[in-house]
Design a protein around this ligand. Structure first.
Ligand SMILES: [Zn+2]
Length: 312
C-alpha cells in the first residue's frame, strides 16, 4: 500500500481524506472528493477536471450581465494589483507578463501605467476578446509559452495557480522567466478564511472541480519558497473578491443553485427563480458582510490573499 499523497503546496506526504462537496457550477454537477494536508492545511480536488470545464457554465463566455457598470470598479482593482507590486519595489519601466490574462484588461492597465506589458492566455475566448480591444496576447499556457529565461521584471498570476494540476511545475517555469530580483504577484482563494468555514462545501471560492489546489497562506508561502520565490508581502484586505465572497457564501447556504447571483450574472442560472427572492431578501446583509469581512481580513482570515514574492 502506498502512503499518504504529497501536498501540492508544501510537498509533505500528509494528504488525508477530508470531505465530499458538490460541483460549484450548475454546468459541472456531481460530487467531488477533497483531501486535506495535515501539515499546511491546504486541500486538493482528487477527480480530474472535465476537459470542457474552463469553457462551460460560468466560464462559457459572453459578457456578464452588468459588465458595463462593473468596468470602472474592475479598473480600480487592476490598479490595486499594480500598487501591490509598486510597494514591493516593482515599478515601471520594465517587462511585465500577466499569466492567464483573460481578455487582457490588466495588460492594458499595466501598459497605461508605463510597463512594457504582455499577456499569455490558453483559451481562445480570451484571445478573441483581447484582440477586439487591440491588446496583443499570446495564446499559450505556462507549459508552451515562449518567454525568454530571465527576461521579466514582474509577473502576475491572478487567480490562476489554483486551477493548475501541478502548481509547482508552473512556478518553477515562471521563476525561470523572472530576472533575479524580479517580482511575482500571486492571488488565490484562502482556504484558511472565515468565509471558507462558513460556506463549507458551498464556499463561493471553492469552485470545484476547476480549482485543483485550495491553498492556505502557509501552503502558498511554502510552495513559493521551494521555487526560489521569497514572499515579501502578503495582503489580506482585498475588496475585489472578499466581501462579495463572504456574502454570497452565506446566502448560498439558502439558495438551490450554489452562488446563484454569481451564476445569474454570468448568464449561467435562470434570473426568475426562488433563488432570486432569497438573494433579494439577503441584500440588507451586504453592509454587515463588508464590515465582517474587513475584520476577518485584518485578522488574516480574509477570503482570498495576494502575495508578492521576489526571485532570489
Ligand atoms: Zn501541505
Amino acid at each position: 500500500m502506498s502512503g499518504p499523497g504529497r501536498c501540492p503546496a508544501c510537498d509533505e506526504p500528509a494528504l488525508a481524506p477530508w470531505c465530499i462537496v458538490p460541483g460549484s457550477d450548475p454546468a459541472l454537477p456531481g460530487d467531488y472528493a477533497l483531501e486535506r494536508c495535515a501539515h499546511c492545511a491546504s486541500a486538493v480536488t482528487l477527480e480530474p477536471v472535465p476537459p470542457e470545464a474552463h469553457e462551460a457554465g460560468a466560464y462559457g463566455g459572453g459578457a456578464p450581465r452588468g459588465s458595463g457598470l462593473a468596468a470602472p470598479l474592475l479598473r480600480r482593482f487592476d490598479r490595486r494589483r499594480l500598487t501591490f507590486l509598486a510597494r514591493a519595489g516593482a515599478r515601471p519601466p520594465g517587462r511585465l507578463l500577466d499569466i492567464g490574462a483573460g481578455r487582457g484588461r490588466f495588460v492594458a492597465q499595466a501598459h497605461a501605467a508605463g510597463w512594457e506589458a504582455a499577456g499569455i492566455e490558453p483559451s481562445r475566448r480570451g484571445i478573441a476578446g483581447a484582440l477586439a480591444q487591440g491588446i496583443e496576447i499570446e495564446q499559450a499556457g505556462i507549459d508552451d509559452a515562449t518567454v525568454r529565461d530571465g527576461s521579466l521584471d514582474a509577473a502576475t498570476l491572478w487567480h490562476v495557480l489554483e486551477h493548475l494540476d501541478d502548481p509547482g511545475a508552473a512556478l518553477a517555469r515562471i521563476a525561470g522567466w523572472l530576472a533575479p530580483g524580479g517580482h511575482l504577484l500571486v492571488g488565490v482563494p484562502n482556504l484558511a478564511s472565515v468565509q471558507a468555514t462558513l460556506g463549507a462545501g458551498r464556499w463561493y471560492h471553492l469552485d470545484v472541480p476547476r480549482h485543483r489546489t485550495h491553498f492556505t497562506v502557509a501552503g502558498l508561502h511554502a510552495l513559493l519558497r521551494r521555487h526560489g520565490l521569497e514572499p515579501v508581502a502578503t495582503h489580506h484586505v482585498l475588496a475585489e473578491h472578499n466581501p462579495f465572497g463572504l456574502w454570497v457564501s452565506v446566502v448560498s447556504r439558502a439558495t438551490r443553485t450554489p452562488s446563484w447571483l454569481y451564476h445569474a450574472l454570468k448568464r449561467n442560472a435562470p434570473l426568475r427563480s426562488r433563488d432570486a427572492l432569497v438573494t433579494a431578501a439577503a441584500l440588507p446583509l451586504v453592509p454587515a458582510a463588508v464590515a465582517a469581512e474587513l475584520a476577518f481580513a485584518l485578522a488574516r482570515r480574509g477570503g482570498t490573499v495576494a502575495v508578492v514574492a521576489r526571485r532570489e
